[in-house]
Design a binder for this molecule. Sequence first.
Ligand SMILES: Nc1ncnc2c1ncn2[C@@H]1O[C@H](COP(=O)(O)OP(=O)(O)OP(=O)(O)O)[C@@H](O)[C@H]1O
Ligand SMILES: [Mg+2]
Length: 308
Amino acid sequence: MQKQPIIQIKNLKKQIGKTTIIHGISLDLYPGEVFGFLGPNGAGKTTTIRMMVGLMNITEGEVLINGYSVEKNFEKAIAYVGGIIENPEMYKYLTGYDNLIHYSRMIPKIKIERIEEIVKLVGLEKRIHEKVKTYSLGMRQRLGLAQALLHSPSVLILDEPTNGLDPAGIREIRTYIRKLAVEENITVFVSSHLLSEMQLMCDRIGIIHHGKLISVETVKNMLEDNQHLSVNFTVSPLKEALSYVKKTNPKIKAEIIDHRLIIYTSEDQITTFAKLFVNNGFSLTGIHGEQKSLEEKFIQITGGDLHV
Ligand SMILES: Nc1ncnc2c1ncn2[C@@H]1O[C@H](COP(=O)(O)OP(=O)(O)OP(=O)(O)O)[C@@H](O)[C@H]1O
Ligand SMILES: [Mg+2]
């Protein structure tokens, strides 16, 4: 990613009263990427997002959008942004289309074709002339997306857009978000507390915990990680093998699960352990390495309270 960042977050801090809620977050976002902002309830996602879009004062640091400071040059900065921070405002007794028309009056020089194009993009063409009150939550979210996209923003900022949706609704939103990034080169900054969802939708994931950005990684790297494996050894005698591993490698985590010895280690250590067993009189009949799931890793990072 050698491109110029579209959003730069520099040492962003938020203090309310004597409490520091956001402790100096720094992050660059690039054109066309979907960035997942993952954190448990109360981690500081909404607070960060509200500062990014100028809905809340920044205590320290700054947010630049396409080089413009959200604080000092709000109008210019925000012109590049489409966002759904809370539930999008809709007129339930109007059709989806009329809602978009109404909203588009605030956008200078917008063409009717743009509205049609966006309706297609979010897959609402069949139902757009029906009243919003007949829409499912997922359809309302998509109409919200359409509304946020009308002025052709470069960046879309979404705070938990799949909250309350069923699995099918979540899949729909995910599909449209990926489509926007790929087809319209829009940068999407999306928050969630669900790792599984982020993994499917994002190019990179940043984990926020207690107001600190504690890790930023590409999903690809996370999936290819061969440093955190749980390796199953079918070895006997089992208990003796466990004691032997613990004695010779006191720092390694190992345990017995389902009559197998599980050693938490990296790919390059598998042979070492296999040799250790074979050379010391154990019978080894199987080895099976599994990547530690991202879920486990995140729980480890966040101290186990990712789902609180
Ligand atoms: N106006 C406020 N005054 C005091 N504390 C606040 C205020 N707004 C947020 N907080 C606190 O800041 C922390 C972060 O809140 P925030 O809403 O940003 O978390 P979040 O990651 O969006 O959580 P959720 O997943 O529940 O939406 C929480 O501990 C919250 O109680
Ligand atoms: Mg929130």
